[in-house]
Design a protein around this ligand. Structure first.
Ligand code: GLA
Length: 467
């Protein structure tokens, strides 16, 4: 089912487009609710996907599901420490068109020829496709569903549409993979008539992503599910009785969130990421000698840093910790001799949690300059303490800070490439979009992609169509 080699039947395609056009008003209203002014641009994308679905799987009913990517305003590498984060959902998303099959198989095609079609059965141990294959996120969701959902799961024929610019940019640190996992989970749940709470669903999707070996937190899945138009989401990543505290925070009206993609993507991110998780876990293990009840770095937030710092070594290794009887749990690809910069990593997490709370306060009170200062400080800590920046991101942050109206800028997402996010007064947006890529090109020789974050609603079913 390779779309590139598919023999297009123009009658079929016309029929699908005709159906979409017939209910044009309804569809546009729905698209407007999701994408605001971007609705008109989405029409062609939806129509093309419906046409392709019919051409692949034949005529009949089809559901469209979507899940957005995200940008994190502040709160980096705090989620897996039970800390605080404040992301917003992008209006760039992953679409999944699907109709149920009679067997328990999932047949998945992709609008992009680079992503070959895949088929697998929903079961508790799904064989992974080769490392890096796009379908592994879908497989992870299906496997997790088979392991955790007691009811009957339906397979489906599916088609994914996620090509940028309307889809989520890939390898850019804006959670294209979580969006794919979430959209799969939403479709599986819909066909199984399973209605988990958002917290349960986010946890489910986070566990599903462990299939690909990253020990991330729950931020990306939460925002993909709970995003709201024109709002960021404050999320307290500490579960209380299986639930999480969330609050939607209106984005400042006069300001825009601009996302700049460095185009840099380091290949070793997974290992580096897991090494940071190990450093945090090492911090907890060592602090437990003084505070036996703690389980996560979040638990020491009320203590002063001067009290904590002497309890943490600058550096140690997994092997040293093991020899001292500390177990860091399951962490793929963290070798025993990996250097763990425990003190600096804990300093980042401890201080970042405070910055998120201060940022929420600043936003509530309309103190935008203060918010900007916090973003800049968060960047400095991510660079100097957590060491997740790269020269290209530094060029971008510096270029952003030169633009009139830019109150703050920082790397966003896991780090080691990807994007920066900048908070810019609306009058400075044009200059920002013109100048930042120019400076970046001059200093790095690379192209930067700039886009506005139009905070959008979280994942769900867009509607049911007949093709
Ligand atoms: C990745 C992970 C998230 C979070 C961020 C860093 O996006 O998936 O859970 O840890 O990195 O803040």
């Amino acid at each position: 089912m390779d779309l590139s080699s598919h023999q297009w039947n123009t009658d079929d395609a016309d029929a699908a487009s005709a159906d979409f056009r017939r209910s044009e008003m309804n569809n546009l209203t729905k698209l407007f609710e999701i994408y605001g002014d971007g609705a008109v641009d989405q029409r062609g994308r939806y129509t093309a996907a419906l046409d392709a679905f019919r051409a692949l799987y034949g005529p009949g009913p089809v559901q469209i599901f979507r899940a957005p990517g995200r940008v994190n305003l502040i709160g980096e590498h705090t989620d897996y420490n039970h800390g605080y984060v404040m992301p917003a959902a992008l209006d760039k998303d992953v679409l999944l068109l699907a109709h149920p099959r009679r067997d328990g198989e999932i047949h998945l095609a992709n609008m992009e020829a680079d992503f070959p079609s895949q088929a697998f059965r929903i079961e508790a141990n799904i064989e992974p496709a080769p490392n890096g294959d796009w379908s592994n996120y879908a497989r992870g969701a299906a496997q997790e569903a088979a392991r955790t959902f007691a009811g009957l799961l339906h397979g489906f024929d599916g088609l994914v549409s996620s090509a940028p610019p309307l889809g989520v940019p890939r390898g850019a640190g804006v959670s294209s993979s979580s969006a794919l996992t979430v959209v799969m989970a939403v479709a599986l749940a819909h066909f199984a008539e399973w209605n988990p709470s958002p917290a349960r669903m986010a946890q489910f999707c986070s566990d599903a992503e462990w299939y690909v070996g990253t020990r991330g937190g729950i931020m990306d899945q939460f925002i993909a599910l709970l995003g709201q138009r024109d709002h960021a989401l404050f999320l307290d990543c500490r579960p209380v009785d299986g639930d999480f505290r969330t609050e939607t925070i209106p984005l400042p009206e006069e300001y825009r969130l601009l996302v700049v993609n460095s185009g840099v993507h380091h290949s070793n991110v997974r290992n580096e990421f897991n090494a940071r998780v190990a450093s945090c876990r090492a911090g907890v293990a060592l602090l437990r000698r003084e505070f036996p009840a703690i389980t996560h770095l979040r638990d020491v937030e009320s203590f002063g840093w001067t009290l904590l710092e002497p309890l943490l070594p600058e550096e140690t290794t997994v092997a040293t910790l093991r020899a001292d009887g500390h177990d860091l749990g399951d962490l793929p690809n963290v070798a025993a001799n990996t250097l763990l910069r425990v003190r600096a990593c804990c300093r980042h997490v401890w201080s970042e949690n405070r910055r998120v709370l201060a940022a929420v306060k600043a936003m509530r009170m309309g103190q935008i300059e203060q918010l900007g200062i916090l973003l800049n400080e968060a960047h400095a800590s991510a660079r100097d303490n957590y060491r997740i920046s790269v020269p290209e991101l530094e060029i971008l942050v510096e270029a952003a800070s030169e633009i009139a109206g830019c109150v703050g800028a920082r790397l966003t997402g896991a780090g080691w490439g990807g994007c920066i996010v900048a908070l810019v007064h609306k009058d400075g947006v044009n200059e920002f979009q013109r100048r930042v890529p120019q400076i970046y090109r001059e200093k790095s020789g690379r192209q930067a992609g700039v886009f506005l974050c139009q905070a959008s609603p979280g994942a769900g079913m867009v509607g049911e169509f007949t093709v």
